[in-house]
Design a protein around this ligand. Structure first.
Ligand code: HEC
Ligand code: HEC
Ligand code: HEC
Length: 124
């Protein structure tokens, strides 16, 4: 995370772990925490207590997050970023083209195109 724009940027807004991983909504939060207690706290119970075991499980954990963000329309991203507030004229031509073609038409959501924005991607 530390090497990415979500940690350090000209705006001084930092995204921390819970901003992306813990839902704000209470019921979602509790459900997620129960799932997380199997994952993050897997460490406590010894299933993921070494880096090697983490790396082994990493793709699966990432897939859970992709699935979660896909099914909530990238809600945690949208807590900070709003498509409506984007000034496409100030975005790179590539971003502009993709956002106007697929984002505002709701054909795709943030996580469809922006995987690996805060971490190195798992070995795929
Ligand atoms: C806590 C607020 C916050 C959250 C949550 C957040 N972001 Fe960001 N994001 C930012 C800020 C701040 C920047 C940097 C803006 C700047 O100064 O240019 C940024 C930058 C980006 C960039 C630009 C990368 C670049 O190299 O210019 C992308 C893409 C992005 N975010 C996608 C996402 C996605 C996808 C999610 C959800 C998984 C997400 N963000 C969640 C605040 C957030
Ligand atoms: C259809 C694919 C697609 C979707 C959906 C999408 N993006 Fe992007 N986005 C891109 C591409 C491609 C770029 C340019 C990346 C590059 O050139 O490195 C980009 C760039 C950005 C940038 C940097 C702006 C710039 O000028 O490069 C931000 C911030 C960003 N996206 C945020 C988001 C957020 C937040 C969402 C969801 C609300 C989202 N994007 C949805 C493809 C997408
Ligand atoms: C800007 C959003 C964002 C922030 C901040 C963020 N993550 Fe993530 N995280 C993701 C996304 C998206 C994935 C899904 C995999 C991917 O695309 O990289 C993920 C995946 C993960 C995974 C699954 C395994 C893996 O490596 O992919 C773990 C564990 C994780 N994050 C922990 C953390 C921790 C701990 C922090 C704080 C130090 C953090 N994340 C901060 C967005 C974020």
């Amino acid at each position: 995370l530390k090497g990415t724009i979500h940690y350090n940027n000209r705006s001084g807004v930092r995204a921390t772990c819970p901003d992306c991983h813990v839902p704000h909504n209470w019921t979602d939060k509790i459900v997620r925490k129960m799932q997380a207690s199997k994952e993050v706290w897997g460490k406590v119970f010894g299933t993921m207590n070494t880096r090697e075991k983490f790396l082994e499980k990493r793709l699966e954990l990432a897939q859970h997050e992709w699935h979660r963000l896909k099914s909530n329309n990238s809600l945690e991203c949208r807590n900070c970023h709003s498509a409506e507030s984007m000034d496409f004229n100030r975005q790179s031509p590539r971003a502009q083209a993709m956002h106007s073609k697929f984002l505002i038409t709701r054909e795709k959501t943030c996580i469809d195109c922006h995987k690996g924005i805060a971490h190195k991607l798992p070995d795929m």
